[in-house]
Each structure stands twice: as C-alpha cells, then as structure tokens.
Design a protein. Structure first.
Length: 79
C-alpha cells in the first residue's frame, strides 16, 4: 500500500510503501492519504518557450533560403 503523510505529521509530504494494515491505520487516523499505485497514463504537455519557437522559425527561414545542392542518382545509368 502506498500512502502520503500530511500535516501536522513530521513526515508530511513523504510517500511510503507499507503493510496494508499499518497504512490503513494512518489513513483512518487522518495522518496520511492513500496514493494510487497505478502508473499515470497521461503524459504532461511539453513546455515550449517563446524564444525556442522564434529560434526554430529563424532556422527554418535560413534553411529555405539556401540554394538546393545538386543531387546524384545512384543505380541509374545514363542512356
């Protein structure tokens, strides 16, 4: 069983795994809350900084402004 201690317990904020009967005792006395042991399926949304987006736009403009190089064909002979 996973529990998280809460105020005013000196262990407040600590999440621990313990025997279910002892953990239930702390929950019943109000010293802790039960914590789900299932992994979260939702991923947090990525954080983008405005500077990062602006830099990416500048790089895209710089790349598109360059002349295309000559491409060689492999595996095809000239007729």
């Amino acid at each position: 069983m996973l529990i998280k201690f809460k105020e005013p317990d000196p262990r407040a904020g600590t999440t621990v795994r313990m025997d279910s009967s002892r953990g239930q005792h702390f929950i019943n006395t109000g010293a802790a809350d039960a914590v789900s042991e299932q992994p979260q399926t939702e991923l947090p949304e990525p954080l983008l900084e405005e500077a990062t987006v602006a830099e990416a736009a500048e790089e895209a403009d710089a790349v598109s402004g360059q002349p295309a190089g000559r491409k060689t064909r492999k595996g095809q002979a000239r007729a």
